[in-house]
Ligand binder design. Structure first.
Ligand SMILES: Nc1nc2c(ncn2[C@@H]2O[C@H](COP(=O)(O)OP(=O)(O)OP(=O)(O)O)[C@@H](O)[C@H]2O)c(=O)[nH]1
Length: 823
């Protein structure tokens, strides 16, 4: 009646579970570490991603800001150009001095301007006039055109139209420029054409020799058409016809860029990408760009060309300008790793504590699993909370099959309903605990076991009953042995009290069958011939079956018992139907509901087969080791009993039998005569008695020797037995004197028997060693029971008197006359 604290955990064999548990904890720690580090790295990566995005966004913004500044500067440039153009537009004739004054202010205010030109349109026919005018102005050169391919000045011959540089400011160092045909360079020409086509200023990125710039930096030329005082026509052809010339501005983009790129961490680049030309126009700080700098490029159109503005910024500069925490990802990573380490540290501590607790518990579990006692704990509802190794082994279940099952309602115990009621009462405090109990439990294989329990109640800290904890011991064997001992001692007592062997064997069998429900036992004894088995005891086997097998001859494959006796070895037949030993008997066995038969030969001390001890079952059955042990023990005990009975019988035989003739001796004869006398006396049935004595036997002894005399005695006994019925009793009363009791025989019948005996004996011839023949005669006295005979002795005495008469009367005769005893 078992129970435990609710928080008790199922037991496990510590030796088996300790190692995996440890490994599992290490695994958990490992997984936590990997997950923690992975999350940290992911967070780092994600933060990096965000920071990267933010950096790119900031870079993009900064790039657009600077591009806007650049565009604004370019616009300012074109506005200045427009102002110069407007001056010329509104003038009849622009004087050199006027141009100089006007552009002076512009050049002062706009450092990006390196030069401003006025390039009037000159038709070929007007060329001489133009050249003269130039000379009048103090310029000695001619209008020239430049071969863009060779970059050399060649005389102009056939151009119908020229745009020579007429005025240029500042003039200093620009003398050689005056007179050059700006349109002679193809890029300039394209820009001029485009300007006329589109009606807006256009730029050319054709390299211009900047005489003013000692470094020879790249420059850009802006062209602005001048149409005179008339309004600009929307029509391209009209514009081309009305064109007066171009105002050109030589601009150094480098200067523009430097206006908004002061930091060393920022690099700028402007490339002319019109029609994939990719002509670098200006660069600022570009040589400092490192691989980790962030870039953003913007393509835009202005002044008739496509530009690529590229912005690069170092991460440090980005942090400085963009207010970005570039180490945010590092902080996240560091924090993540720190948290992971903290968790691992805490977990390791927890695991250590847990392991310590588990070790302590494992110790207890090991102890419980080591002991050869069943330990079982039930909760208040009778559910199994704990069961140790021994308990599982005995019941035949794995721990997981039995844990948390209801002890009283899952077929584990016999008389479950009663026990459950008692347990309920105990849990409700209505009864007190019985410390020692015994109960029969049912194993998984269906076998029953008697368990002796020592029970204890379990309480929680507040004193409430939690259940029971019970330690049990399998006492089935002890109990069985006790019962066996009892049954054997009863059998021994019965034997001492003179019970017949079969009665004693029946007692033994009933004792065995009481313990082994379903078993039907038999003891068969081998007869004197050693060839046949006869029923000695089989109280539970069908009588008809017992009769059928009684007297069965032993031999190979003669059922279980016939074979066991023949082989002197145990024969286990689990299924009679299938077994070849039972081929000839299976129908008989099945008809009486017998399905299995285990037979053990009963062997005497000298190894002689005495019989068989057999156990039958109604279902095919396999004996356990314990069953076989018991069978052997039963056969041994039965063997001892049989031998005892046989020894007693032998002693009795010896005590009652004449050794020479094997006939009952005087004592035995008188006993049996007494029995027959009583029967006749009680029932009034006739009874006669013959007294036989060999005539002159002394002479036989004397003449042929004592041995021949013995032969005569044996021959007489044998011959007499041959003449008698089974119910007649012959005995040797002593010397050469024999007697025969003839039950149910009157005087006349007795005389007949006596006469026949007399004549038969007289006719016998005993062949002696020297081929002599010995013949002998007997005298017989016959007495028949009468009412005067008040005892067997009286009858015997009368027969003896008759014999005496026969002797007296000449011997070799039968006498019924009682002679006077004269001494
Ligand atoms: N061989 C042998 N002789 C026995 C045995 N018992 C008794 N005798 C002999 O039987 C003889 C009996 O002789 P008696 O009693 O004188 O009688 P008898 O010689 O038979 O003469 P009647 O009886 O008068 O005819 C004795 O010689 C005994 O020794 C025995 O067991 N074996």
């Amino acid at each position: 009646m078992p129970q435990t604290p609710i928080n008790a955990r199922p037991l496990q064999t510590s030796s088996v579970t300790a190692s995996p548990k440890k490994g599992r904890k290490r695994l958990y720690l490992g997984i936590t570490a990997v997950v923690g580090f992975s999350i940290s790295l992911l967070a780092y990566w994600y933060t990096e991603l965000l920071v990267g995005r933010e950096q790119r966004a900031v870079t993009e913004t900064m790039a657009y800001e600077r591009q806007a500044l650049l565009l604004s500067s370019i616009n300012a440039t074109t506005e200045v150009l427009d102002a110069v153009g407007a001056l010329i537009d509104s003038s009849e004739k622009v004087e050199r001095e006027e141009f100089k004054v006007f552009t002076y202010t512009v050049l002062q205010r706009h450092p990006e301007f390196w030069a401003i030109h006025w390039m009037p349109k000159v038709m070929h026919a007007e060329r001489p006039n133009f050249e003269r005018f130039l000379q009048s102005q103090g310029f000695s050169g001619h209008i020239t055109e430049l071969s863009s391919a060779k970059n050399t000045a060649i005389p102009s011959q056939n151009n119908a139209l020229y745009y020579p540089v007429f005025y240029t400011e500042p003039m200093e160092k620009n003398h050689s420029i005056v007179g050059f045909d700006a349109s002679s360079r193809s890029l300039n020409q394209k820009a001029m054409q485009a300007t006329l086509e589109e009606g807006i200023p256009f730029a050319s990125t054709a390299p211009f020799k900047l005489i003013q710039d000692s470094e020879g930096s790249a420059s850009v030329v802006f062209f602005r058409p001048v149409f005179g005082p008339e309004h600009i026509s929307q029509d391209t052809q009209q514009r081309k016809l009305r064109i007066q010339g171009f105002v050109g501005a030589l601009v150094k983009p480098q200067v523009l860029l430097e206006q908004f790129a002061h930091s060393s961490g920022v690099a700028l680049s402007v490339v002319d990408v019109t029609e994939n030309t990719h002509r670098a126009v200006a660069k600022r700080n570009w040589e400092s760009v490192e691989p980790d700098w962030l870039h953003h490029q913007i393509d835009f159109m202005t002044v008739g060309r496509k530009w690529r503005f590229e912005f690069a910024i170092s991460p440090e500069e980005l942090v400085n300008q963009g207010n970005i925490q570039s180490n945010r990802a590092n902080i996240v990573l560091f924090t993540g790793l720190l948290v992971t380490l903290l968790i691992l540290w805490i977990m390791r501590d927890l695991v250590k504590t847990h392991q310590r607790v588990e070790r302590e518990r494992d110790k207890a579990q090991t102890y419980l699993d080591t002991v050869e006692t069943i330990i079982i704990a039930l909760d208040v509802n009778g559910h199994i909370n704990l069961i140790n190794r021994k308990g599982c082994e005995l019941l035949g279940y794995d721990e997981h099959e039995i844990l948390h099952k209801q002890w009283f309602s899952e077929g584990f115990v016999e008389q479950a309903r009663v026990l459950r009621g008692q347990y309920k009462d105990l849990m409700q405090g209505q009864t007190s605990l019985v410390r020692y109990t015994e109960s029969v439990i049912r194993l998984k294989n269906g076998q029953l076991r008697l368990i002796a329990w020592h029970n204890a109640l379990q309480y929680d800290v507040e004193g409430n009953i939690l259940g029971t904890l019970s330690a049990g011991e399998d006492v089935t064997r002890q109990h069985a042995l006790l019962l066996l001992e009892r049954s054997r001692s009863q059998a021994m007592q019965a034997a001492l009290n003179g019970y017949e062997l079969n009665e004693v064997l029946t007692l033994i069998i009933k004792g065995i069958e009481a313990q082994d429900k379903g078993a039907m036992c038999s003891v068969l004894l081998l007869d004197g011939s050693g060839q046949h088995l006869h029923l000695a005891a089989a109280p539970s086997l069908p009588e008809a079956y017992n009769k059928a097998i009684d007297g069965v001859a032993i031999g190979e494959a003669v059922g279980s018992c016939g074979t066991a006796a023949y082989r002197k070895a145990r024969v286990i037949v689990e299924d009679i139907q299938q077994h070849p030993y039972w081929a000839n008997y299976k129908d008989l066995a099945i008809s009486y509901g017998l399905a299995s038969c285990w037979s053990e030969p009963i062997l005497g001390k000298n190894g002689r087969v005495l019989g068989t001890f057999a156990i039958y079952h109604a279902k095919p059955s396999h004996p356990s080791a314990h069953d076989l042990e018991l069978i052997e023990s039963h056969a041994g005990f039965v063997s001892m009993l049989i031998e005892q009975y046989q020894a007693e019988a032998r002693l009795l035989y010896i005590a009652n039998t004449d050794e020479l003739t094997n006939l009952p001796n005087r004592r035995q004869f008188m006993e049996r005569l007494g029995v027959e006398f009583s029967r006749s006396n009680r029932y009034g049935t006739p009874l006669s008695l013959l007294m036989i004595d060999i005539d002159h036997f002394k002479k036989v002894n004397d003449q042929y020797g004592h041995a021949v005399g013995d032969d005569v005695l044996r021959l007489l006994a044998k011959t007499c037995l041959g003449l008698l019925r089974d119910t007649d009793i012959a005995g040797r009363l002593g010397g050469e004197e024999f007697a025969v009791v003839l039950p149910q025989t009157d005087q006349a019948q007795a005389l007949q028997v006596a006469e026949r005996m007399l004549q038969t004996l007289a006719a016998l011839e005993l062949e002696l060693a020297d081929q002599k023949i010995l013949k002998f005669t007997v005298s017989i006295g016959v007495a028949t029971f009468t009412e005067q005979d008040n005892s067997a002795d009286a009858l015997l005495s009368r027969a003896d008197h008759c014999l005496y008469y026969a002797k007296q009367n000449g011997r070799n005769q039968v006498s019924i006359i009682e002679a006077e005893l004269t001494g």
